[in-house]
Ligand binder design. Structure first.
Ligand SMILES: Cc1ncc(COP(=O)(O)O)c(C=O)c1O
Length: 395
């Protein structure tokens, strides 16, 4: 039977996926607890939209949200319908010829791949670095070896980690290759030197999906230089420039309703970031003290911590801990599994066997993370993680 391709890789069976999707399985500690701003905090903002009868197409609330995010990224921001649309638009405005190759990591969520295909370009899957889990110059160089069709590099901030991408940026600059950064889960993060995420590469793109830290339901954003703003807006408005159609485009606009939620989200975001950073610090101390064979990514900067990713010493331990935690009603996810080169949809795009991506995908366990931890909730969760580690002989 041919392998089936389901976007939410973390679920092993369709039944379990549907049960979880529809809430029939109740976890004491679900992997995520999406938190959107309550309607009372954003309904008032919509009065203007109703008064002027303007509900989409770069409305006043969308512009205000762009300004708020631009402050956070220290760069211009254009908002988008979702994170996949944001990557697609960023690639499309590069103006590459149809079918040109875009180097991207094999260790990522499938949306990165879809965006390249939607932009009319050809993914070229490269291996990632074993220590920081992302693209590095040597992996990109290996993927490009012997090819003259590479038009761009699309890096991914894995799990929203916030490393300084200067080495990759320098490598791309030296070859006049544009670098786009899929920073889907990294909005609000900072590099080690305090620089906000958003400023590296030609553009950095974000997701504002309900499961992200800056959550508005569905939404996206592109941090870019001023000269790209107009082209991005046109691209996500069907390619229209007034009544002219100078290039390709699609509908990637965000409604005023989603923008209103975004403005309310912006008002509570700093407190949520602080809660997640505190929890990540507690996870880190716990792992360092009790399970030192489980490792984290090197040089992660100061991420917003959408999830807490942890690398098991081997695939068997990752499987065992997932099962032991499930028995204790703690839900984990195995992002990004399988590595894309092992899927039917993407196998043909692999630049080689890509062993690091395959290995990381088999060993990664993402632990629950919330914006609204209850009193004593994290210590209770850590107790269960501790018990699961003991049961699996991991500590
Ligand atoms: C790495 C990565 N890129 C892109 C996306 C796509 O974002 P969206 O769901 O908003 O389209 C995601 C979503 O989780 C992601 O994890």
């Amino acid at each position: 039977m041919p392998r089936r391709y389901h976007a939410p890789f973390a679920f092993r069976s369709r039944t379990r996926y549907m049960n979880t999707l529809h809430g029939s399985h109740r976890w004491d500690f679900p992997f995520q607890r999406p938190l959107l701003a309550a309607p009372a905090s954003w309904l008032g903002d919509l009065e203007h939209a109703y008064a002027v009868r303007w509900f989409s197409n770069h409305g006043a609330l969308a512009r205000r949200l762009e300004a708020a995010l631009a402050t956070r990224c220290a760069r211009n921001v254009v908002i988008a319908a979702n994170g996949t649309a944001a990557i697609t638009a960023a690639l499309m405005v590069l103006g590459l010829a149809r079918g040109r190759a875009v180097v991207m990591p094999a260790f990522t969520f499938p949306a990165t791949l879809s965006a390249v295909e939607q932009a009319g370009l050809t993914p070229l899957l490269a291996d990632v670095d074993p220590l920081h889990w992302e693209l590095a110059p040597d992996g990109v160089a290996a993927a490009c070896e012997g090819r003259d069709d590479v038009g761009a590099v699309l890096a991914v901030r894995a799990f929203g980690l916030c490393r300084d991408l200067s080495p990759l940026q320098g490598w791309c600059q030296a070859r006049a290759l544009p670098l786009i950064v899929d920073a889907a889960a990294a909005l609000g993060g900072e590099l080690d030197d305090g620089q906000p995420v958003g400023g590296q590469g030609a553009m950095e793109t974000f997701s504002l999906h309900a499961t992200k830290v800056f959550a508005i339901g569905e939404g996206g954003a592109i941090a870019c230089s001023e000269e790209d703003v107009g082209a991005l807006r046109r691209c996500m408005n069907f390619g229209l420039d007034g009544s002219d159609l100078p290039g390709p485009g699609f509908n990637g606009k965000l409604s005023e309703f989603a923008a209103a939620i975004g403005l309310a989200q912006d008002r509570v975001f700093d407190a949520q970031l602080a809660a997640r950073r505190q929890a990540a610090a507690a996870y880190t101390r716990f792992v360092d003290d009790l399970a030192p064979r489980w490792t984290s990514a090197q040089a992660p900067g100061r991420p917003p911590w959408q999830v807490f990713p942890l690398l098991a010493p081997d695939a068997g331990s990752a499987d065992a801990i997932e099962a032991a935690l499930a028995r204790r009603s703690v839900q984990v996810r195995r992002y990004y599994r399988p590595a894309l080169q092992l899927t039917a949809a993407a196998a043909n795009y692999a630049a080689g066997p890509l062993p690091v991506a395959a290995d990381l995908a088999s060993r990664m366990v993402c632990l629950p993370m919330y914006s609204d931890w209850g009193p004593d909730e994290l210590p209770r969760l850590l107790d269960r993680v501790d018990a699961a580690l003991r049961e699996c002989g991991q500590r």
